[in-house]
Ligand binder design. Structure first.
Ligand SMILES: C[S@@+](CC[C@H](N)C(=O)[O-])C[C@H]1O[C@@H](n2cnc3c(N)ncnc32)[C@H](O)[C@@H]1O
Length: 180
C-alpha cells in the first residue's frame, strides 16, 4: 500500500511543481480549439509545439486536423501520462491506422520543461500558461524561433510583443497570434 501513497505523492508533487513553474492544469475550452487551429494555420508536414500540453487534447486536435507533426511538452507527470494515453488512443483509431501516413500528422508527447526544449525547428507554437511565464519564455522565443514562425497564446498576450491578430469573442477567452 505504501507504494500507492508514493505514486500519488509523486504525481501531486510534479503537478504542483509545474503549477508553480509555469501554470496549473486548466484545459483550453473545447469551443476555442477551432479558433486555436485557425490562428496556428499549420500546414501538413509542419512542426507545431504545444508548450504545457496538459492532457493532450489540443495537440491531438492539431495533429488530426492539420496533419502537422505535433510535439506536446508537459512538465507534470500526471498530465503527461494522460496525454500519452490520449496519443495511443488517437493512433489506434481506424481513421489514423488506415490513413495515408503523410496525411495524418504525427504526435509525440515529451515529459520536459518548456524552457529546456529546442524550438529552432518549430513552425508554430501554442501556449496556455500564466502571463508571467509568457514573459519569461519571450527571450527564448526571440533566440530560437525561426523567422516566420507563428506563436499563439491563449487568454493573455505576450508582454512586449505586438500581435499580428487578436481574436476576441464575447463570452470566452482572447487568443493572440504573433509572427516572428
Ligand atoms: C493552463 S494548462 C494548459 C493545458 C493545455 N495546453 C490546454 O490548453 O488544454 C498548463 C499546462 O502546462 C503545464 N506546465 C506548466 N509549466 C510547464 C513547463 N515549464 N513546461 C512544461 N509544461 C508546463 C502544466 O502542468 C499544465 O498541464
Amino acid at each position: 500500500m505504501l507504494w500507492l501513497y508514493a505514486v500519488v505523492f509523486i504525481l501531486l508533487a510534479s503537478a504542483a511543481y509545474a503549477a508553480v513553474h509555469g501554470a496549473p492544469w486548466v484545459p483550453t475550452r473545447r469551443r476555442d480549439v477551432a479558433r486555436v487551429l485557425r490562428l496556428l494555420d499549420a500546414k501538413p508536414g509542419q512542426t507545431v509545439y504545444e508548450l504545457g500540453c496538459g492532457d493532450g487534447r489540443v495537440s491531438v486536435a492539431i495533429a488530426r486536423q492539420t496533419c502537422a507533426k505535433v510535439v506536446g511538452v508537459e512538465l507534470s507527470l500526471a498530465q503527461w501520462l494522460a496525454a500519452s494515453i490520449r496519443g495511443v488512443v488517437y493512433r489506434a483509431t481506424p481513421s489514423y491506422k488506415e490513413g495515408d501516413s503523410a496525411a495524418r500528422g504525427s504526435l509525440r508527447f515529451c515529459l520536459a520543461d518548456a524552457f529546456s526544449v529546442d524550438l529552432s525547428g518549430a513552425d508554430a507554437v501554442y501556449l496556455f500558461l500564466m502571463p508571467e511565464t509568457y514573459a519569461k519564455l519571450r527571450p527564448k522565443f526571440e533566440r530560437e524561433l525561426k523567422p516566420g514562425a507563428v506563436v499563439v497564446s491563449y487568454v493573455w498576450p505576450i508582454p512586449g510583443w505586438t500581435p499580428a491578430e487578436r481574436d476576441h469573442r464575447e463570452g470566452t477567452e482572447d487568443l493572440y497570434r504573433y509572427v516572428r
